[in-house]
Design a protein around this ligand. Structure first.
Ligand code: SAM
Length: 276
C-alpha cells in the first residue's frame, strides 16, 4: 500500500509526497516532530506536519539565509542563529574561516537530537569547535545579549507557536540592540504569493528600525509556491554595494557571487509589497 504525507500549505493548497518509511515520530513540549524517508526528496523533517527541510532542496535555503549576509558584512566574527535546529545554517556559517564564534539558540532539544541522528549531512557543523548550542528561546536570548553579534540569522518555523514572536516589532528591536554597531540580520520571510501581508508588514517594520532593509529571493521547491523570500536588516552595510568580484569561493550549490546580486532582482508584484 502506498503511504503519502500531505501538508496543508494554505487553507486551499496541499503538497503530498510519497513516503517509503516513517523513520521517527515524536512529540516535544513545542511540536510534533517527524522524519520521513520520501521517494522524491529523500529524508524530510516535518514539524507539526509542515515541511522544514529535506535532503534534496535544503542547500538552497541554508546557503541563502547564510552567505548573502555573511558576505555583506565586512568582517563577521560572532554570529547568532535562532531556530534552525536541523543544523543546515550552522553548517554553512562554519564554511567562513573568519567567523570565530557561532551561538545557536534552538528552543526544541528534540529537533537537535533528530538532526544529529537522521540528518548527519546537515548537523555536521555542530561538531565545529566554534559552535555553542543553547536550548532556549531566541526571543529571550536577544533581549539578554545586547551589543554582542555581528550577524543574527532567524531560521524560524512559520509564524505559529513559539515562532510567532520572531516576526514581531518588539523582536526586531531586540535584534537591533543585540547587534554590534555595524551588525546585520537575515530572517526567512515566507512566500510573496501566499504571505504577501506578512512580507509587507515585516519589511515595513524593519525599515522603521534599520537604516538598510532588503528583500531577496530563492527557489525552494517544498515551501508553499516554491518561491521564497528572506529579509535583511542592516545597520551599515548594503548587500547591493558589495563588490561581488571580491567574494571568496565557497563550496556551494546555489549561492555564488552572481546569485548574490541577482537574488535582489525582484519582480514588479514583489516590489509592490515593499515600503515605498
Ligand atoms: N527552514 C525551515 C523553514 O522555513 O521551514 C525552518 C527550519 S528550523 C527546523 C526552525 C526551528 O525554529 C524549529 O526547530 C523550531 O523549534 C525553532 N524555533 C521556533 N521558535 C523558536 C524560538 N522562539 N526560539 C528558538 N527556536 C525557535
Amino acid at each position: 500500500m502506498e503511504v503519502w504525507f500531505t501538508e496543508d500549505q494554505t487553507k486551499n493548497l496541499r503538497i503530498s509526497c510519497r513516503v517509503r518509511e516513517v523513520l521517527f515520530s515524536g512529540e516535544s513540549p513545542f511540536q510534533k516532530v517527524a522524519v520521513l524517508d520520501t521517494l522524491e526528496f529523500g529524508r524530510m523533517l516535518t514539524l507539526d506536519n509542515v515541511i522544514q527541510t529535506n535532503i534534496k532542496d535544503e542547500f538552497v535555503y541554508h546557503e541563502m539565509i547564510t552567505h548573502v549576509g555573511l558576505n555583506t558584512h565586512a568582517d563577521p566574527k560572532k554570529v547568532l542563529v535562532i531556530g534552525g535546529g536541523d543544523g543546515g545554517t550552522v553548517r554553512e556559517i562554519v564554511k567562513h574561516k573568519g567567523v570565530e564564534k557561532v551561538v545557536h539558540v534552538e528552543i526544541d532539544q528534540m529537533v537537535i537530537d533528530v538532526a544529529k541522528k537522521f540528518f548527519p549531512e546537515l548537523s555536521v557543523g555542530f561538531n565545529d569547535p566554534r559552535v555553542e548550542i543553547l536550548v532556549d528561546d531566541g526571543i529571550k536570548h536577544v533581549k539578554e545579549n545586547k551589543h554582542t553579534y555581528d550577524m543574527i540569522i532567524v531560521d524560524s518555523t512559520d509564524p505559529v507557536g513559539p515562532a510567532v514572536g520572531l516576526f514581531s516589532e518588539e523582536f526586531y528591536r531586540s535584534v537591533y540592540e543585540a547587534l554590534r554597531e555595524d551588525g546585520l540580520f537575515v530572517a526567512q520571510t515566507e512566500s510573496p504569493f501566499f504571505n504577501s501581508d506578512l512580507i509587507t508588514r515585516v519589511t515595513s517594520t524593519i525599515s522603521g528600525i534599520f537604516p538598510v532593509t532588503r528583500l531577496f529571493q530563492a527557489v525552494v521547491p517544498t515551501y508553499p509556491g516554491g518561491y521564497w523570500t528572506f529579509t535583511m536588516g542592516s545597520k551599515k552595510y548594503d548587500p547591493l554595494a558589495v563588490d561581488t568580484e571580491k567574494i571568496s569561493a565557497l563550496d556551494t550549490k546555489w549561492y555564488s557571487p552572481e546569485i548574490h546580486r541577482t537574488a535582489f532582482v525582484l519582480q514588479p508584484f514583489v516590489k509592490e509589497l515593499l515600503p515605498k
